[in-house]
Design a protein around this ligand. Structure first.
Ligand code: HEC
Ligand code: HEC
Ligand code: HEC
Length: 138
């Protein structure tokens, strides 16, 4: 998302600098410096964008699970480590916003949300009473 803002600006700066360099060589050096600064800004904005995307993969999302046998921690690192792509969960299974989905155990048991995988085929079953504690922690 960050990239949408920084990319066109940086490209504009580079284009602008090139046009001006052709018409004025004395100013070229200053413009090269500016170009370098804008290139640095581009790299920095890319780094921010990449880390913004990388956060969920290495992040834990906690669900209160009111009335359940303990809170649930979704560990992005564990899931990324199993080779799951973002597109396997977003936007089909989960919205990209914490708390945006009304996740319930009934829905999970119907194969929605976590239950899209935690069905005993792809990953351990959420219905199996011996597995409750794998997600719900006191
Ligand atoms: C794959 C992970 C996972 C497993 C396994 C799991 N749950 Fe859940 N459970 C959740 C999530 C996620 C929520 C919703 C949390 C929230 O939104 O606060 C939830 C919510 C609940 C709730 C809260 C009320 C409701 O209906 O949503 C209850 C009760 C519950 N689980 C019981 C169980 C029991 C009993 C088991 C074992 C048979 C179990 N859960 C196994 C992930 C799991
Ligand atoms: C195994 C499923 C799964 C995978 C794979 C996954 N996510 Fe998520 N993601 C979730 C869940 C669950 C939530 C919380 C949704 C909710 O609370 O309704 C979430 C939330 C998010 C959020 C919102 C965080 C917030 O604080 O609001 C972003 C951004 C996100 N994911 C991006 C990604 C990206 C990028 C990838 C790939 C690197 C990825 N996710 C892979 C399950 C997944
Ligand atoms: C796109 C598929 C997918 C979805 C959706 C998904 N998981 Fe998983 N999950 C996996 C796979 C694959 C594993 C590793 C295999 C296994 O443990 O059975 C795993 C493992 C886990 C583990 C075990 C972690 C460990 O330390 O070994 C927990 C806990 C877990 N998931 C919780 C959740 C919760 C909570 C949700 C919903 C918020 C969820 N998962 C949604 C695929 C998924």
């Amino acid at each position: 998302m960050e990239m949408c803002f920084f990319f066109p600006e940086s490209l504009w700066l580079i284009l602008h600098a090139e046009i001006r360099m052709k018409s004025n060589t004395e100013e070229g050096e200053t413009i090269m410096k500016r170009l370098f600064v804008s290139a640095l800004a581009l790299v920095a904005s890319l780094a921010i964008a990449v880390s913004a995307f990388a956060v969920p993969a290495g992040r834990k999302i906690e669900f209160e699970a009111k009335g359940g046998p303990g809170k649930v921690i979704f560990d992005g690192q564990v899931h990324a480590g199993k080779g799951l792509k973002c597109s396997e969960c977003h936007p089909g299974v989960f919205k990209m916003k914490k708390g945006a989905d009304a996740i319930t155990m009934t829905a999970i048991n119907e194969g929605k949300f976590c239950g899209a995988c935690h069905n005993g085929t792809r990953a351990f079953s959420a219905k199996d009473a011996t597995n409750c504690g794998k997600c719900h922690k006191k």
